[in-house]
Design a protein around this ligand. Structure first.
Ligand SMILES: [Cu+2]
Length: 491
């Protein structure tokens, strides 16, 4: 398949050049856009409000208002945005395993929307997918028990054909789940102090500071990417570090960018968690590839007291070039700036949680999913197993409580992050090779590279409903909106 010019590589090159950082007066000087209008000084990282909800008859209740507003990303410019209980993104919702939660989601927008609890195991009617539309002025109040483990989840719009523009505008937020196991571990866990929410995104800003959702033909094919990196909605943020160890809860909340994350001085860090919870042991690494929808919790040691930049490093990816390998853009995301003497941190535990071995012994049910792109420009088609998403079609019926192997293969020339609702699965292998340490834990989204076949071990333990389906789909939101999505029920 051939993709139109301009190539993504050229686009990324020019954006990197436009926003390059020059060293002057400090390790990292204020970056300035070539366009004089898009100016800002480095700003303290915005930490989303931590909401613990209110207790009502033993139920933890969150009130979430989806609304339009404006945001001052740049000096003297107001950008039209959407947010939840605010003008861009939403609060971090904190809950504990075993809680029963109720979400009162009110749609104050002028269009239909939904709110999906990404990563959660929950009843299909509470999932917040395309079947749980909320009309303007209406309130939707799903209730479910938190059966997931301590983890970093998130919530975002999942409106049919409109997920990409609505998330682009800002309809997303983080969820933090704690449990007894995580609380007993001596990990950095003070929100906003040594346990930091890090929502990674990029947005395309116009000269007037607006970020309209107007994808080119190229962006519809490759996923919408931007020229300005944002962390928690902050342009050019720094975080003042006060402790020796810092835990970052990373979410790739972008529409279509795969980031290769690393620190500017090449220091190593430990990954301690994946999408659905903590790993069995810290996994040391120097770079981490994070695709849209994926989360990773990492711990970085700041005891040397030097400033360091969390970057997305330009990479052509594996497999020979941007198109085949899924390259990442060059962005300076977040400066970690130690201030004064750092408070001592407990040593990172050598082991974290016990995870059962992912074994295929006795598993006989295998389902195959092939990710497909065909055509180009206005005739581009996005399918899974030959079918584009159709609300009235149930593609798969899965039996509750039965182990299955899902084989996800990529027959297209670019990588796709494959996300499955209502589950945390385990990656068995990629083209027969065992996954890297950071991918051996609980996952709900897995990046499938071109010509790759990823096998996962999956089971739906908790709920059944023959009428309401869950989704599986590519988490490049332009692909999802264009039909790279299917539906399954659990019976
Ligand atoms: Cu895709």
């Amino acid at each position: 398949m051939k993709i139109d010019n301009p190539s993504r590589r050229d686009m990324l090159k020019s954006s990197a050049a436009t926003f390059s950082v020059v060293a002057a007066g400090g390790i990292f000087a204020a970056p300035q856009a070539a366009n004089a209008a898009l100016v800002t000084n480095p700003k303290p990282l915005q930490i989303p409000t931590l909401e613990t909800g209110r207790m009502l008859d033993g139920v933890r209740v969150f009130d979430l208002d989806m609304q339009a507003g404006t945001m001052g990303f740049f000096d003297d410019l107001n950008t039209k945005t959407m947010g939840i209980n605010g003008t861009f993104l939403g609060p971090t919702l904190r809950m504990s395993a075993g809680d029963t939660v109720r979400m009162n989601v009110t749609n104050n927008l002028h269009e239909n929307t939904t709110l999906h609890w990404h990563g959660f195991t929950l009843p299909a009617i509470s999932d917040g997918g395309p079947h749980q539309e909320i009309e303007p002025g209406a309130t939707w109040s799903p209730e479910f028990k938190v059966v997931n483990k301590a983890s970093t989840m998130w919530y975002h719009s999942h409106q049919l054909h409109k997920t990409a523009p609505q998330v682009w505008a800002g309809l997303a937020g983080l969820i933090r789940i704690d449990d007894d196991e995580s609380t007993a571990l001596d990990l950095p866990s003070t929100y906003g102090v040594d346990d930091i929410p890090v929502v990674l995104m990029d947005r395309w800003f116009t000269e007037s500071g607006q970020m309209p959702y107007e994808p080119s033909m190229h962006s519809r094919m490759m996923g919408m990417t931007g020229n300005v990196p944002l962390i928690n909605g902050t342009v050019w943020p720094y975080f003042e570090v006060t402790t020796r160890l810092v835990r970052l809860r990373l979410l790739n909340g972008s529409n279509g960018s795969i980031y290769t994350l690393a620190f500017s001085d090449g220091r190593s860090f430990d990954q301690i968690g994946s999408d659905g919870g903590l790993l069995s042991a810290p996994a040391p690494m120097r770079a981490l590839r994070l695709a849209p929808g994926e989360r990773a919790e990492i711990v970085v040691d700041m005891s040397d007291s030097g400033s360091v930049m969390l970057q997305s490093v330009a990479s052509a990816g594996g497999g020979g070039g941007m198109m085949r390998g899924g390259g990442s853009p060059a962005f300076d995301f977040l400066e970690l700036r130690p201030g004064g003497t750092l408070a001592a941190s407990p040593q990172l535990p050598a082991t974290l949680v016990e995870l059962p071995t992912a074994s295929v012994q006795g598993v006989s049910k295998v389902r195959k999913f092939e990710l497909q792109m065909s055509g180009r420009g206005p005739f581009a088609e996005f399918r899974i197993n030959g079918e584009s998403m159709k609300m009235s079609r149930i593609n798969e019926v899965v039996e509750k409580g039965v182990d299955e192997i899902w084989e996800v293969s990529n027959a297209s020339p670019m990588p796709h992050p494959f996300h499955i609702h209502n589950t945390q699965f385990r990656i068995l292998d990629r083209n027969g090779q065992a996954p890297a340490a950071g991918e051996q834990g609980l996952k709900d989204t897995v990046l499938v590279n071109p010509e790759e076949r990823v096998r996962i071990l999956i089971r739906f333990d908790h709920y059944s409903d023959p009428d309401t389906p869950y989704m599986y789909h590519c988490h490049i939101l332009e692909h999802e909106d264009a039909g790279m999505m299917g539906q399954f029920t659990v019976v």
